[in-house]
Ligand binder design. Structure first.
Ligand code: ADP
Ligand code: ADP
Length: 232
């Protein structure tokens, strides 16, 4: 579903260049939950931003759902990004819009007609368990509810891949577990491929099938979670 081939990302700044991702190759299978763990500065965000085309690799190929997104732009990139949903640590919701309007937003952008949109939003609200909160504003929701809105919005256009950028890092442990349970449920029900980055071992242990450990822009170890984090 996702293949990275010798991907390098170098940022140029006034005080020189930083190699954030250093010759990374990786294969993520359809339907799996794949975790990328590492300390702050390891290159995780740069990697995940390349997976949805927000950032271009300096070198290498990024193939998502059979399409090399490394060097495409404009309409082609927008099409490719329909296959990829993303959720964020700080939710990135539209604060002046209700739950329903937030979830409908990507459908509006995709030009889905109103009737179909309303139907799809209702399905999504059921899927993430936000019944009764449709007309609330983000400021009236708990952290966990905000992330449920984020998930519903990310899934609106039926992506093949869901990218999660520290999606539970702003949540307390109990809420984290309920969001992780929801991700597993969605993974199984929709056969959705999920890639998540985190600095929390607990998150990896709880839901990931396989994991890659990042350090200084490189993947230093990868494999089945039980194997990589086996108890001595
Ligand atoms: P992580 O998500 O694991 O914390 P990042 O990908 O954010 O890692 O960062 C990896 C390295 O790249 C860090 O040294 C960071 O300072 C640098 N970096 C990230 N984004 C930029 C940018 N836009 N410009 C310059 N350097 C950056
Ligand atoms: P939580 O309570 O879960 O931490 P917050 O309500 O504090 O979530 O919001 C998370 C992020 O959204 C913060 O970075 C905050 O600055 C930003 N934010 C909150 N309210 C608004 C708003 N009305 N408009 C724009 N950004 C906002």
């Amino acid at each position: 579903m996702i293949t990275l081939e010798n991907v390098t990302k170098i940022y140029q700044s006034s005080n020189g260049s930083v190699t954030a991702v250093d010759d990374v190759s990786l294969h993520i299978k359809e339907g799996e939950i794949f975790g990328i763990i590492g300390y702050s500065g390891a290159g995780k965000s740069s990697l995940i931003r390349m997976l949805n085309g927000l950032e271009k690799p300096t070198k290498g190929n990024v193939i998502v759902a059979d399409r090399n997104i490394a060097n495409i732009k404009g309409k082609e990139l927008r099409e490719a990004r329909q296959e990829i949903g993303m959720i964020f640590q700080h939710f990135n919701l539209l604060w002046s819009r209700t739950v329903r309007e937030n979830i409908a937003f990507p459908l509006e952008i995709a030009g889905v007609p109103k009737e179909q949109r309303l139907k799809r939003v209702d399905e999504l609200i059921q899927l993430v368990g936000l019944q009764g909160r449709e007309n609330a504003y983000p400021s009236q929701l708990s952290g966990g509810q905000k992330q449920r809105v984020g998930i519903a919005r990310a899934l609106a256009n039926n992506p093949k891949v869901l990218l999660c950028d520290e999606a539970t890092s702003a949540l307390d442990p109990q809420t984290t577990d309920s969001i992780l349970d929801l991700l597993v449920d969605i993974n199984q029900r929709l056969r959705l491929t999920i890639v998540l980055i985190t600095h929390e071992m607990h998150v990896i242990r709880k839901i990931c099938d396989r994991v890659a450990v990042m350090e200084n822009g490189k993947i230093v170890e990868q494999g089945e979670v039980l194997q990589v984090f086996r108890q001595p």
